[in-house]
Design a protein around this ligand. Structure first.
Ligand code: AMP
Ligand code: ZN
Length: 472
């Protein structure tokens, strides 16, 4: 079996192969840092984490780019409302995003280009589009993309031209554009932009980039540098980005380069609350830090999300999260039992179960990242593995290896408990008593204390600097 992915461009599940194996270029639209990201946003970022990790598991060398949208309508509005400059307003949210990413165990991207730091590339892209005659200056001084000059516009979202036209007319009562369907590449600087420091000089007029332009420019710049390419292997985001964001990214990039922009387009479905999309606008949101403050283990959030396929909507509830927490606990117990099981005994019932699990796990994820099926296989393995452990079956070591490889993808083992101070005091006391015993050459007593520590999950190691300990 090889990895197959659902490509929004073709509306089919297709075998995946990168342009220049083993390298895979992956671009994912990042957060708009006007505020804290909510766990709906993180459902999309977690689906992308699953994709990224499974590609690595499958042996690919992934180069992952995630942009940070730190200038757009929302960031400017929020900075102005807070009476701050743009960078002053966004900096804490960028920081918070990285903290939340780490809490949720999302593998960091290789590059996090920020829109405000990538303006020269955006200006060059607009110049290229102007030179090619697919962009023009509107009567309002902004630069627009001429959709009529790009015949394949709408291919990704499959909206026909007539539909687009009607939709756009409703939303637009201005006559600055040649065609109401056209979208802004570069917006002429307004007083509020100047006020927050969101305006840049450009040969075609002072202004600021449109959101769609940002992603085209940053992705092309990054893959140009890393891989001397103008085509991404994979581009991903939430389903709400298909139109117009990704459609416009394709138009801008392909009109400039003449090459396909991305070969596979992947889109994750929404996280909902009682059937409604989780959104800042609807007020029905939770942030990652809310969960962290409630003491929720990130492993439970991850497992909850994996239990629904990324192309299906998922309804968030406390009950579902608690159930995922129970699953995580069961898995942790099984892992600990395997670890405590005899090692080095080689093959046995447990390794047979593990090998079967690994086959099922791969088949599930190869099939358009079917994580719910992979999780079902995982818990079947836990169930049968526990029964095998009850019967003292051998093969714990290879089973641990298989589980470890699966966890490199799913990463749903419980977070190691933080040590409470009471335990810390007790450990310090036992270590001091052991030192005393060793100094008076009472090794029986020293060994007894070590066993006492081991029984409570404390592993010690003697070094010239003293005795170090850690929880296992
Ligand atoms: P934004 O910060 O608004 O630019 O969005 C960041 C990402 O979150 C985009 O890929 C969106 O498609 C995605 N997103 C927004 N709301 C949700 C939701 N309720 N469920 C899943 N993904 C979402
Ligand atoms: Zn984007």
């Amino acid at each position: 079996m090889t990895l197959a992915l659902y490509n929004t461009l073709t509306r089919r599940v297709e075998p995946f192969a990168p342009l220049a194996p083993p390298r895979v270029t992956l671009y994912t639209c990042g957060p708009t840092v006007w505020n804290y990201a909510h766990i709906g946003n993180f459902r999309t970022f977690l689906f992308e984490d699953l994709l990224r990790r499974y590609l690595a598991y499958a042996g690919y060398d992934v180069f992952h780019i995630m942009n940070l949208t730190d200038v757009d309508d929302r960031t400017i509005k929020a900075a102005a409302a807070a009476g701050k400059r743009l960078d002053e307003h966004t900096a804490p949210f960028v920081q918070a995003f990285f903290e939340d990413r780490d809490y949720l165990r999302i593998t960091p991207a290789h590059a996090y280009p920020r829109a405000t730091q990538s303006v020269p590339g955006m200006v060059r892209l607009v110049e290229r589009l102007l030179e090619r005659g697919v962009a023009y200056k509107g009567e309002d001084g902004s630069i627009y993309f001429a959709i009529a000059k790009f015949p394949t516009y709408g291919r990704l979202s499959r909206l026909d031209a007539r539909e687009l036209k009607v939709g756009a007319r409703v939303a637009s009562d201005e006559y600055a554009k040649d065609d109401p369907r056209d979208f802004a590449l570069w917006k002429k600087a307004e007083p509020v932009d100047e006020q927050v420091g969101a305006a840049w000089d450009a040969p075609f007029g002072r202004g600021r980039p449109g959101w769609h332009l940002e992603c085209s420019a940053m992705s092309l710049e990054q893959i140009g540098t890393c891989c001397r390419s103008e085509t991404l292997d994979l581009h991903a985001g939430g389903v709400d980005l298909i139109f117009p964001h990704h459609e416009d990214e394709i138009a801008q990039s392909e009109a400039a380069t003449g090459k396909p922009f991305a070969r596979f387009w992947l889109h994750g479905e929404f996280l909902n609350v009682r059937g409604t999309k989780m959104s800042k606008r609807f007020g029905n949101f939770l942030t990652a830090r809310d969960l962290r403050d409630q003491g929720v283990d990130a492993a439970a959030v991850r497992l909850l999300f994996w239990q629904t396929h990324y192309r299906k909507a998922l309804d968030f509830s406390d009950e579902a999260l608690a159930a995922a927490g129970t699953g995580v606990k069961r898995l942790g117990e099984f892992y600990a039992r395997l670890g405590a099981g005899e090692r080095g005994k080689g093959e046995g019932a447990l390794s047979t179960l593990a090998a079967k699990f690994e086959v099922d796990f791969r088949a599930a994820l190869d099939d358009d990242l079917n994580a719910p099926r992979a999780c079902a296989a995982l818990f079947e393995f836990v169930h049968e593995g526990n029964a095998a452990l009850d019967a003292a079956a051998p093969g714990a070591a290879p089973a641990l290896g298989v589980l470890g490889r699966a966890m490199a993808v799913l990463d749903v083992l419980p977070t190691a408990k933080t040590v409470d101070t009471e335990l810390e005091h007790w450990i310090a006391g036992r270590i001091a008593a052991r030192d005393k015993a060793r100094k008076s050459k009472d090794f029986t007593e020293a060994d007894r204390i070590r066993a006492e520590l081991t029984a409570r999950g404390v592993e010690i190691e003697d070094s010239p600097a003293g005795t170090k300990w850690r929880l296992v």
